[in-house]
Write a protein that binds this ligand. Structure first.
Ligand code: GTP
Length: 598
């Protein structure tokens, strides 16, 4: 199709404002998916996405829209995630588009991620089309929210469409606006090929499949191509699009978004953000890639069964293809054996990766408690970046430690400002600013340690504001803090995977809470187990897990052997996700105990 009849766009919004629902309606209205095949949240293909009701991975589909002017348009719709952990995916999908439909919940108004996503779209020079969703709700105030968008973002909303993605009201108008207001791609089909790789995944039959947005030139089967950043060369086998079913095409031309396969087996060759060009008539330069996102949270992942180390390694490599922000490197723990130190964008990201590894690769994993990256300045004048508390040098070699801080923007209704300030204070936050947004809401700005944010800040924020506050943050830099390493000893032995770095003034409290929590979580065993928290060899808290096992059988007074077996069997089942560490069996939850304290 002629480029002037192509529209590549994303839908961006704050979480739960209705992107996926709008995408569903668009697929229906354009008959891309037949009614009988329609399941809700069509683009959320991962089971995990459906179960949690959130979008994790971006998805690109091609559809044909018969516009009211009688002409056909080719749309490429790229759905994006809304959670702050996945803003990386958002920036990737935006780089493949010319426009963005900004969905704002007419009952909730502009939220922190609405702003963050608008800025990402503006960074990518996209045209933004504001749309007010959920106008069917009695609490919807489209006029108020329009004014808010104009004031806060500076977008003209005089013609913004008011829709209900749920009922389908006015969704057809959004499609017309996409044709009228969003620009067509403006590449040159005769220029050397430049195709932006914005996603990829591993298919066991065809090798790596790369999703591309063709910015210039034409891409066909049998073409000899080169990945400009890695230098890898291949011959294209197939090209195609998703509708959302996979459809094979004879070419992808300028302005189109689709996938290519080239029997690529080497995972390192395909990098998201790279540009594909032809070997014989190469483009002079690669396209502008996008901002690399650095992981902010690290944890160790270990197979429960040590023999599956290689499987975990392979699974991580394959997952990384599909999730470029994931990082990992081998690590060993005295307690847990061989595993990997993995870097994530946030806690939700970490959770999702762990769950995908378990489901898609059938692995049983132990994850250690998450940590941020600390800058440790040593007495010899050198600095070491530490993402694993167990690797902290001895106290006498440390001059001081710096930790990452974030600039946080929190939008909150006035009545919860007090509660929110208390929470920020408790989390070592430093007040920066408080602005009135409108009659109802305020914008709070705080500097906060990242380590406090990643733990339970979201949950605490939700509960103290009844879910009405929204948060966005970015790393602002490193600051010196009074930090110490807290070790946990079980049965007198330090368990390296349970060590954490804590703020000194919180150490006593956390040590206490941690030992109590571990006592609850670790099942009673044949012998009594002392649980201790210690700083630099000095015990600051202690409790005991009493011995038990005999008691399980004690009830059956000798006699009935089958009943005895059953009881022992039951006990074994409860042990599934446990790791034998020295003489003590530790369940997975123990390593996460640090997250659910205070
Ligand atoms: P993420 O993918 O997690 O970022 O969320 P999302 O923005 O895609 O939101 P989603 O489409 O999953 O919708 C969130 C919730 O709002 C769902 O329960 C929808 O049923 C509901 N919803 C979406 N659109 C409307 C609407 O127009 N009216 C009403 N009343 N509810 C809606």
């Amino acid at each position: 199709m002629d480029q002037s009849h192509i529209r590549n766009f994303s839908i961006v919004a704050h979480i739960d404002h209705g992107k996926s629902t709008l995408a569903d309606r668009i697929l229906e209205l354009t008959d891309t998916v037949e009614k009988r095949e329609m399941v809700s949240q069509m683009l959320d293909t991962m089971d995990l996405e459906r179960e949690r009701g959130i979008t994790i991975k971006l998805n690109a589909v091609q559809l044909i829209y018969h516009a009211k002017n009688g002409e056909d348009y080719l749309f490429h719709l790229i759905d994006t995630p809304g959670h702050v952990d996945f803003s990386y995916e958002v920036s990737r999908s935006l780089a493949a588009c010319e426009g963005a439909v900004l969905v704002v919940d007419a009952a909730q108004g502009v939220q922190a991620q609405t702003l963050a996503n608008v800025y990402l779209a503006l960074d990518n020079d996209l045209e933004i089309l504001p749309v007010l969703n959920k106008v069917d709700l009695p609490s919807a105030q489209p006029d108020v929210v329009k004014e808010e968008i104009e004031n806060l973002i500076g977008l003209d909303c005089s013609q913004a469409v008011e829709i209900s993605a749920k009922s389908g009201l006015n969704v057809d108008k959004v499609l017309e606006e996409i044709v009228d207001k969003l620009p067509a791609p403006s590449g040159d089909a005769n220029a050397p090929l430049q195709a932006l790789v914005f996603d990829s995944f591993y298919d066991s039959y065809r090798g790596i499949i790369a999703f591309v947005s063709v910015k210039n030139g034409v891409l066909k089967p049998k073409d000899k191509i080169r990945f400009m950043a890695t230098g890898a060369e291949y011959e294209v086998i197939e090209v195609g699009v998703r509708t959302p079913k996979e459809v094979i095409k004879d070419q992808l031309t300028t302005g189109e978004v689709g996938w290519i396969s080239a029997a690529i087996k080497n995972i390192e060759d395909v990098r998201v953000g790279d540009t594909i060009t032809h070997v014989n008539t190469p483009a002079k330069e690669p396209l502008k890639g996008y901002r690399e996102m650095n992981p902010m949270v690290y944890c160790g992942l270990y197979p429960v069964d040590n023999a599956r180390y290689d499987d975990l390694k392979e699974a991580l490599s394959k997952l990384k293809l599909n999730d470029a922000s994931l990082q990992f490197e081998p690590e060993t723990s005295q307690a847990l054996g061989f595993g990997f130190r993995c870097g994530f964008l946030g806690l939700l990201h970490m959770d999702v990766v762990e769950e995908r590894l378990e489901r898609e690769f059938n692995l049983d994993l132990i994850a250690t408690s998450p940590s941020v990256i600390y800058h440790v300045f040593k007495t010899d004048g050198t600095m070491e970046a530490i993402d694993n508390p167990a690797a902290l040098p001895p106290a006498q070699n440390i001059d001081h430690i710096e930790e990452p801080y974030v600039s946080a923007e929190i939008m909150v209704p006035k009545e919860y400002v007090g509660a929110m300030m208390d929470l920020c204070q408790k989390k070592r936050g430093e007040y920066v600013d408080l602005q009135v947004l409108d009659d109802i809401r305020m914008l709070m700005k705080y500097e906060l340690p990242l380590s406090e944010i990643i733990f339970d800040f979201f949950d605490k924020m939700k509960s103290c504001t009844k879910g009405y506050a929204s948060l966005d943050y970015e790393i602002s830099g490193y600051r010196e803090s009074k930090l110490v390493k807290m070790d946990i000893l079980l049965n007198g032995q330090i368990i390296d995977a349970l060590s954490t770095i804590v703020y000194k003034d919180f150490a006593y409290h956390r040590g206490n809470a941690m030992t109590i929590k571990l006592k609850e979580i670790i099942p009673k065993q044949q012998f009594e187990i002392p649980v201790q928290a210690a700083i630099g060899g000095k015990v600051i808290a202690r409790t005991n897990i009493k011995a038990l096992r005999k008691n399980v059988l004690a009830k059956c007074y000798g006699g009935d052997i089958s009943r005895k077996k059953k009881l022992l069997e039951k006990q074994k089942e409860g042990k599934k996700r446990m790791k034998m560490v020295g003489s003590v069996e530790i369940p997975q939850e123990a390593f996460m105990a640090v997250l659910s304290m205070d």
